[in-house]
Write a protein that binds this ligand. Structure first.
Ligand code: COA
Length: 182
């Protein structure tokens, strides 16, 4: 059966990323922020090396696990990651870490074939196997529908902007969400 959103065959193959994939993971991370908008070119250029330096030790220690979706020829269609980030214990949830999904990016030509959905399902299965009860993320305007369709629920988290620039960024991002929701 073909997808009504993208008629090309839906055949992403998922594999766990290795250190050999870090350039791809960084390129996708920067492309994700570029598409989300609101960041200057200079900030995006600085972010690549900053993210690389943060990413490598976490990939090595498996505090972060990334996935690469490839087509039948081995060309990357998208990437995404889960970071088992340090957290605090709560009543009934003694774990000191919580899985957080980040850096979700599918190349434009491969969108609407379930690449992001597959990656999130894989991350969820891994997190479940490791004993966690939930996974979290911050959704972009483009990602929100994908996650909501999968069953993600909004939380009670609130954020207070500490600078005028951040306030503008948060309001822009909320406006983009609402515009997409129609
Ligand atoms: C958001 C993003 C990662 C989604 O990637 P994707 O691989 O296209 O996502 P999926 O294919 O899993 O889902 C996209 C849509 O296709 C639909 N879809 C998924 N699998 C499908 C399939 N096999 N057949 C038909 N439709 C399918 C989904 O229901 C979804 O519909 P929606 O947009 O109406 O909610 C991608 O658009 C992207 O990289 N955007 C720019 C960066 C960004 O915003 N990243 C997210 C940060 S949180």
């Amino acid at each position: 059966m073909t997808s009504p959103r993208n008629a090309a065959p839906p055949n992403p193959r998922l594999r766990r990323a290795t250190l050999e994939d870090v350039d791809l993971l960084v390129a996708h991370r920067v492309a994700m922020f570029r598409e989300m908008g609101g960041r200057s070119r200079a900030a995006l250029a600085r972010h690549g090396p900053e993210y690389l330096a943060w990413l490598v030790p976490r990939l090595v220690s498996a505090e972060l696990v990334a996935f690469v979706a490839e087509d039948a020829k081995g060309v990357a269609m998208g990437t995404g990651a889960v970071w088992f980030r340090p957290s605090h214990p709560g009543p009934g949830s003694p774990a000191r870490r919580s899985p957080y999904i980040l850096s979700m990016y599918t190349v434009p030509a491969a969108r609407g074939r379930g690449v992001a959905t597959d990656i999130v399902n894989q991350v969820s299965a891994l997190s479940r196997r490791l004993g966690y009860g939930r996974v979290g993320l911050h959704a972009s305007a483009m990602g929100r529908g994908v996650y909501a369709r999968m069953g993600f629920l909004p939380t009670t988290e609130m954020q207070f902007p500490l600078t005028a620039t951040e306030r503008r960024r948060m309001l822009r991002s909320r406006a983009a969400m609402e515009a997409r929701r129609g």
